[in-house]
Design a protein. Structure first.
Length: 364
């Protein structure tokens, strides 16, 4: 999988810019605040139709402009496609080969990327929201069915909460209506949890293998998916119906749904102890590095080709040993983008033979 070219209009600091890339390694070099991360963000948007930096479209649209546009020419193992994303203050528009997409799920995952940023180093000790977002984004890229289930869950969850809040305000209850929404929400939650369980189990296998190579000590890493019900129960739907029935009064009282896959988490264990409490900063970085490499391998196993790898200012966050481990992974099979303020001191052959692109505001 490759991105051959990208054109940006009114995107962040770019009034207009056009870049052509090497099919192997591209190093984006420039001082801080010149637009390196903006370019990485634009490439990422063509994959998942979302930013890894903000939820607000307005922040990605150049000041006093009405829209931002990103056009990318991407090559997969089966075809070449022209992807287009137009961002408005409220909403966005996606096109594939000039044809308008009516659903985001039509666009997401055609072009697959894995991004590694300094913020990813908070994965272990950060809030569960970070780890849930990771699951949802990565699963959406490899399974359009997952994205459909996830969107349905959000719809039913919102509808259920609106009804519960309204019932609390009006003191009028319609248990039949609530049960219909609940049963619909249960069905999609079962499918979401099944896919998350399978995904984390596979990622765990890859991460374990890679972490053993990274760690110089006899350490074992384990990723465990946590949800509020037993996914493998033969009576899982009946179990959930009973659980929501038991919680019904509590939900009415608080005016919201108190249990759901929106509270799931990934528990990270280091030698069977919670890594968020016991892992050193170096161990946390090794865990995240192992996960990112494992994710590349998992995606290859799922779709039959490697995603594009985006390394945004992470080399400066890693020591020489971890830098080399990451760069040793970079091969001609994986198109890679690396941002850095300078290549001084980066002697790895991957950097030396890479396509180097100078990024400056003059180019924006």
């Amino acid at each position: 999988m490759r991105i051959q070219r990208i054109a940006l209009k009114n995107f962040r600091t770019y009034d207009y810019a056009d870049f052509t890339f090497s099919p192997t390694t591209n190093v984006l070099i420039g001082k801080n605040a010149q637009g390196k991360t903006n370019l990485i963000e634009a490439i990422y948007l063509l994959s998942v139709a979302k930013s890894f930096r903000t939820r607000l479209n307005q922040e990605m649209i150049m000041f006093e402009r009405e829209f931002a546009k990103i056009i990318g020419l991407v090559q997969t193992k089966t075809s070449q496609k022209n992807l287009e994303m137009v961002l408005f203050e409220k909403g966005k528009q996606a096109k594939i080969n000039q044809a308008l997409c009516h659903k985001t799920s039509e666009f997401v995952g055609i072009f697959n990327v894995v991004v590694f940023t300094p913020d990813d180093l908070f994965f272990v000790k950060g809030s569960p929201k970070i780890r849930r977002r990771f699951m949802d984004i990565e699963l959406s890229k490899i399974s359009s069915l997952y994205l459909s289930y996830f969107n349905s869950f959000q719809h039913f969850f919102k509808e259920r909460n609106q009804y519960l809040k309204q019932a609390g305000q009006t003191r009028k209850r319609d248990d039949v209506y609530l049960d219909v929404i609940t049963h619909q929400m249960i069905d999609v939650q079962i499918e979401i949890a099944k896919q998350r369980t399978d995904f984390i189990a596979k990622l765990n296998d890859f991460t374990k293998q890679i972490y053993k190579k990274i760690s110089q000590h006899d350490e074992n890493i384990t990723l465990v998916y946590e949800t509020f019900f037993d996914v493998n129960s033969p009576s899982v739907k009946e179990d959930l119906i009973r659980l929501y029935e038991e919680d019904k009064e509590k939900d009415y009282r608080y005016g919201k749904t108190n249990q759901g896959v929106n509270k799931d988490d990934i528990k990270v264990l280091l030698n069977d102890k919670e890594a968020c409490q016991f892992a050193s900063q170096g161990q946390q970085r090794s865990i995240v590095l192992a996960m990112k490499i494992g994710l590349l391998k998992l995606i290859y196993e799922e779709i039959g080709e490697y995603p594009v790898l985006l390394l945004d200012d992470v080399l400066s966050e890693l020591d020489n040993e971890r830098q080399n481990l990451l760069l040793n992974l970079v091969s001609d099979d994986i198109q890679t983008f690396i941002t850095t303020t300078s290549i001084d001191g980066l002697s790895h052959e991957v950097i030396q033979r890479a396509n180097k692109i100078e990024i400056s505001k003059e180019r924006s």
